[in-house]
Ligand binder design. Structure first.
Ligand code: NAD
Length: 499
């Protein structure tokens, strides 16, 4: 049985705690590896190494740090297929989707190449007689990241890219469900020239997470995962005086106005609702057609498309639309929620419960489901299902549709499909959700904007990647300087590079 350990001080190390978690092949249901779960001593060793490496790394000029990011991007592209395959094998998503996972992380690393520019401070010449004032942004020190299973390449890169480019060391605690790709990323960073200790990967569970939250050797914590854990991480890390940003779950609505192009809206819902088996924090899980006629037309467009969906293992390449869920427990939870939907009176228009795939009977596959006439009080509306289940809530008016997305406890993403500019503009201004798509179903902002939800989808005040990430991983220091006037003797005439 393959054993997956940690990455400490520039090399892979085996786990020493004697505790392990199973890593499944979700397509077959087989245990394909076991991942070590770190104890306090192993975590302390990783944190100590990061603290030793950080001052030297922060003192390395930002252009040199950026060059390592440039080389890392080249290596990611070189190894794209290998990374995607390793990712699909543990997560279950299709190969093109896995490559997209790497690509969306890579794009944030490309943004980080601009670190020398992004880290420039502010300067006031002559703030008083002979007085200049300037602010600089300095690394906070050692930052830790705790990441979810659903984007094992992208989210670690969203976190460690800005932190490392800004001169921090980083301790990554990836999801124990799919730990291989984060370790491969750390190896590539070393190959790109990153000094040992600047990026540590510690695999583990709650024990390692709590150790991170309580360690005086960690100055900042970034978390992405489910809302109950996000709230816990935020409170405990903040209580311990750390800087913290913590991102949680989602229930993303797509409003379909009567004037929308119904075919395009249906196509969008298929990709956004069922892609990656619904295991995306930006998946659309609620369709909100406005008016009965719109609803009937939308359902009529959706059903044949859903019936054509191809569900299967990633090994079939481009012939599958989505793969299995990540674990048997995730599958059981989705099927349990489907039962509550039926019991609470929703109309199950497409029933995926009987789905079986020959040769993969023990895989964690779930067929696509479509519910109609879902109401606000039902569990399938209130809960994040994280599976291939789309709920339709029929709204009578635009205002009712707007209120649904605004009043839901989650506020990650939302979309509206309409041909009317006024409606779209009003919606974007008034909806209480962090990321809005107009005729775009999954409005994940590009790397030079920032990513973050509102309400119980996010705890903390700065978003992921973009300018916000650089603010999160740096502290401002402001210097007020008075110098007596006078010109020094002597000059230098050589043209010297900074490095
Ligand atoms: P999860 O909350 O179960 O796990 C996330 C991380 O927390 C993992 O590293 C895990 O080891 C750790 N963890 C789990 N239980 C813990 C506990 N009791 N104490 C301390 N640490 C614990 O989430 P998941 O199932 O891996 O990921 C899916 C969730 O992540 C969904 O809710 C999804 O919406 C959310 N998500 C949010 C975003 C976003 O940007 N808002 C992005 C991706 C995923």
């Amino acid at each position: 049985m393959q054993e997956i350990g940690h990455y400490i001080d520039g090399a892979r190390v085996a786990g020493a705690s004697g505790r392990f978690a199973d890593v499944f092949n979700p397509a077959t249901g087989e245990v394909q590896a076991r991942v070590a779960l770190a104890n306090g001593d192993e975590l302390a060793r990783a944190i100590a190494g990061a603290n030793r490496a950080q001052p030297g790394w922060a003192a390395t000029n930002p252009q040199r740090r950026a060059r390592i990011m440039i080389e890392f991007v080249r290596l990611l592209n070189r190894d794209m297929d290998k990374l995607a395959e390793a990712l699909s094998r543990e997560h279950g998503k299709t190969l093109p989707d896995a490559a997209g996972d790497v690509q969306r992380g890579l794009e944030v690393i490309e943004f980080c190449i601009g670190a020398p520019h992004l880290l420039k401070g502010e300067y006031t010449d002559g703030a008083g007689p002979g007085i200049d004032m300037y602010s600089m942004r300095q690394a906070v020190g050692v930052v830790a990241g705790i990441t979810p299973f659903n984007f094992p390449a992208m989210i670690p890169m969203w976190q460690f890219g800005p932190a490392i480019a800004a001169g921090n060391a980083f301790v990554l605690k990836p999801s124990e469900r799919d730990p291989s790709v984060p370790l491969m990323l750390a190896e590539l960073m070393t190959e790109a020239g990153l000094p040992p200790g600047v990026l540590q990967v510690v695999n583990g569970d709650k024990e390692a997470v709590d150790g991170i939250l309580d360690s005086p050797g960690i100055q900042g914590v970034g978390f992405v995962g489910s809302t109950p854990i996000a709230a816990y991480i935020y409170a405990r890390a903040a209580q311990n005086g750390k800087r913290v940003q913590s991102f949680g779950g989602a229930k993303n609505h797509m409003i379909v106005m009567p004037d929308a192009d119904m075919e395009k809206a249906a196509d969008a819902l298929i990709g956004a609702g069922y892609g990656a088996a619904g295991e995306r924090c930006m998946a659309i899980s609620v369709a909100v057609p406005v008016g009965e006629e719109t609803a009937d037309r939308l359902i009529a467009e959706l059903v044949p498309r859903i019936e054509k969906l191809r569900v299967g293992p990633y090994t079939l390449g481009n012939d599958v639309d989505y793969g299995p869920l990540v674990t048997a427990a995730a599958k059981a939870n989705v099927l349990r929620l489907v039962e509550t939907g039926i019991a609470q009176g929703a109309e199950l228009v497409v029933d995926g419960r009987g789905f079986r795939l020959q040769g993969y009977e023990n895989g964690f596959f779930v067929g696509p489901h479509l519910f109609d006439r879902v109401t606000k009080d039902m569990d399938i509306y209130r809960t994040e299902i994280f599976g291939p289940v789309l709920s339709t809530v029929r709204a009578k008016t635009y205002e009712e549709a707007l209120a649904l997305a605004t009043d839901h406890e989650y506020g990650n993403g939302v979309a509206i499909f309409t041909r009317d500019g006024d409606t779209a503009r009003d919606f974007a201004n008034r909806v209480q959700v962090g990321m809005v798509g107009i005729n775009v179903p999954i409005p994940v902002p590009l790397s030079y904007h920032t990513f973050g939800g509102w309400k119980r989808s996010s705890f903390g005040d700065l978003n992921q990647y973009g300018g916000d990430a650089f603010r999160f991983v740096t502290k401002t220091k402001t210097v007020t300087a008075r110098w007596p006037s006078g010109i020094k003797e002597g000059s230098a005439f050589n043209f010297k590079a900074m490095d």
